[in-house]
Design a binder for this molecule. Structure first.
Ligand code: MIC
Length: 653
């Protein structure tokens, strides 16, 4: 008899093109849909151009404009024009600036249970809320998928999280995922898919599941999946897409590689303290701290409910005068429905600064908080400096906690609303008919391969990368601690985001948050030694999928990273751009290597081809180290020829 399968296994099995479903071994997956957003999408389009693609080979590919919305000069606007022309040329759906945040819009308009998707955004797993196999990846992986190539990942373990109990009042989906982060921190789910199951699922609407699946990324998970059940059916029906629903549940008797249980009845309001989504405490533990800004929005709390409940809590009151109360609605559709439900009126009357639909402050596109002051956000991450303010104090919480704190001006447990304002917990019900808005979604056009890509002056081609040399003698330019995020490797924020299509310019911001002298030192090391390496701790390059965090350092001559361990997407991006991701064979060696040490690599090419352990020498300390890699044969070939673009070109020739 066949082994009963869980939802994740069913999804993988039905998309498996290469490899065995053995945890840790490389598998190749068929990709049905792709999602790209503007901040990473411009490189994807340039990559498609470099590959000579004429038309998308997926069932559906959608390009969103939701990140780079501030237009302080021509750069972001030029990117939007470029993306529109690329969507026309290659056959993408195009979601115009102002239409909304990619993940919830995709879920509402295009997500289909049972399908696979890869997106150039680390929060793509949000679509797991519908029973999709949705993974975030670097842009190159997405470009390959668009061109019909498999998506390669290491077969993850499946972590089954059983949900039991009933959700208490004033607690919502965000608290559930923060509870998971309390247990797993930012790297506890690396190499795993999180699958939620059990009776507690009925407590969570499809949009609540989106909140939880979205932030599975913050635990390092490969993705998160939920079954496609009656909740998903109801959701698609409301979106007038009931025909796209199909059931996807685990088989009777299905098992998991690892188990966890969350009793929803015991979850309390939680908050992630600066500056990591894994820094979780109960709201009670930090209550009373003065708050300077409260921001509601982003893909981590995108549902109509998440805004409606804030409106209900602040209704007929005015937020504390010290607080900037910022609302970033998810989409035009959400805004229209908020208007029809009078929530918009309630929010604005209570003092809301209402912004356009999009990611906005989540990625430091405006809304940077004042130095050292507390900003409470319903967003997914709070890595150092990501908000645009270098010494930021960003806390992550539920809409309930955010609204309560906006009213009081200090961090407040939302359960206190009952005694302070004699308020009952407002229970959300979807209106019987939702207003559907698709006006800013542009359909793919057929037969427009002759369309010229419109490139403004800030859009430059992807630099050519040289194959890896056989030997190097290069300095260590940085030694970093654990959990370095891509926000620290390549800054977020308005000033830098507009340079996403210009590698020479954006490279000037490499590691800027960690060391403002990095760029100059890297230039010097390139001239003098032909390159450099950096040292990382555990979980190097966690967070966003931005491949700029590999491509920009590579452009500055980065040959290798030696770290204790890597985040999945960050690791894959290094390989894609020809940087060797090495690990210490003995983590004690991390202690004896320092910034400024000269490291030599000999017989690199043949060693890489033949074994996974390499010998390197610290010339400064006169010490040998063993380092290793976990690259597949395909990835070794990729590194040898200088990255994935060269590899694909070679393969095609
Ligand atoms: C993020 O939340 O960090 C981002 C901004 O959406 C990134 C993508 C990017 O850097 O453009 C992500 O999650 O991948």
């Amino acid at each position: 008899m066949n082994k009963p399968l869980n939802v994740a296994e069913k999804l993988i099995k039905s998309h498996l093109l290469e490899g065995e479903m053995q945890p840790g071994s490389e598998i190749g997956l068929r990709v049905d849909q792709t999602l790209t957003q503007d901040a990473t999408g411009t490189l994807v389009m340039l990559e498609l151009e470099a590959m000579g693609l004429d038309r998308i080979k997926t069932e559906l590919s959608a390009q969103y404009v939701d990140h780079n919305l501030l237009q302080t000069d021509f750069k972001n606007a030029d990117d939007h024009v470029f993306l529109r022309s690329a969507a026309r040329k290659f056959g993408f759906w195009f979601s115009n600036a102002g239409n909304g945040v990619s993940h919830p819009v995709h879920m509402e308009r295009f997500g289909i249970p049972g399908k696979s998707m890869v997106g150039s955004d680390s929060h793509t797993p949000a679509a797991g809320s519908l029973g999709m196999l949705a993974l975030g990846s670097g842009g190159l992986d997405v470009a390959f998928a668009i061109a019909g190539e498999p998506l390669y990942i290491k077969m993850p373990k499946i972590l089954g999280v059983k949900l039991t109990g009933k959700m208490p009042d004033w607690v919502s989906a965000k608290d559930v995922v923060l509870e998971m982060l309390k247990i797993y921190d930012v790297k506890g789910c690396v190499g795993k898919i999180i699958e939620y199951y059990g009776p507690g699922l009925s407590e969570l609407s499809a949009m609540d599941r989106h909140v939880i699946a979205n932030m599975g990324t913050e635990m390092g998970a490969t993705t998160t999946v939920f079954p496609s059940d009656s909740e998903v059916k109801n959701f698609l029906k409301l979106q007038e897409r009931e025909d796209d629903w199909n059931e996807l549940v685990s088989d009777e008797g299905a098992t998991y590689d690892e188990y966890e249980e969350i009793n929803l009845s015991t979850v309390v309001p939680l908050i992630a303290c600066p500056s990591s989504p894994g820094n979780i405490v109960e709201v009670r533990e930090v209550e009373g701290k003065p708050v300077h800004q409260v921001v509601i929005g982003s893909s981590a709390n995108p549902g109509l409910r998440d805004f409606w409940i804030v409106g209900e809590i602040v209704n007929e009151k005015f937020v504390n005068k010290e607080v900037s109360f910022d609302i970033n609605p998810t989409s035009r559709q959400v805004t229209e429905n908020l208007t029809l439900m009078s929530s918009l009126f309630k929010l604005i009357s209570a003092g809301a600064r209402f912004h356009q639909s999009g990611c906005m402050g989540c990625i430091g596109m405006g809304q940077a908080p004042a130095s050292g002051k507390i900003s409470l956000r319903t967003m997914p991450r709070n890595f150092p400096g990501r908000s645009g303010t270098l010494d930021d104090q960003v806390y992550l919480c539920s809409p309930e906690t955010a609204a309560a704190s906006a009213l009081t001006g200090v961090i407040t447990d939302p359960r206190d609303m009952e005694s302070r304002y004699e308020m009952k917990y407002p229970k959300f019900k979807y209106p019987s008919e939702l207003k559907i808005n698709t006006k800013m979604l542009v359909k793919p056009v057929v037969g427009r391969e002759d369309v010229e890509l419109e490139k403004g002056p800030n859009i430059t081609s992807i630099p050519d990368l040289e194959p890896i040399e056989n030997s190097y003698n290069v300095p260590v330019l940085l030694k970093m601690k654990d959990n370095i995020s891509t926000d620290e490797i390549l800054r977020a924020g308005a000033e830098v985001l507009s340079l996403r299509s210009n590698i020479p310019e954006i490279s000037k911001w490499s590691y800027y948050i960690i060391d403002t002298t990095f760029y100059d030192r890297a230039q010097k090391a390139k001239e003098e030694f032909g390159g450099h390496i950096v040292i990382g701790g555990e979980n190097y390059a966690q967070g966003s999928s931005r491949e700029h965090a590999a491509l920009a350092p590579r452009y500055l001559g980065q040959v290798a990273v030696i770290a204790k361990s890597y985040a999945r997407i960050g690791w894959q991006n290094l390989v894609n751009f020809g940087i060797l991701p090495l690990q210490f064979a003995d983590n004690k060696d991390y202690d004896s290597i320092e910034k400024g040490d000269l490291i030599s690599f000999d017989n690199l090419r043949s060693s890489l081809e033949n074994k996974s352990d390499l010998e390197i020498t610290n010339k400064t300390k006169n010490k040998d180290y063993k380092v290793r890699h976990t690259l597949s044969k395909r990835q070794i070939d990729t590194i040898l020829c200088g990255g994935a673009i060269n590899y694909i070109k070679q393969k095609l020739n």
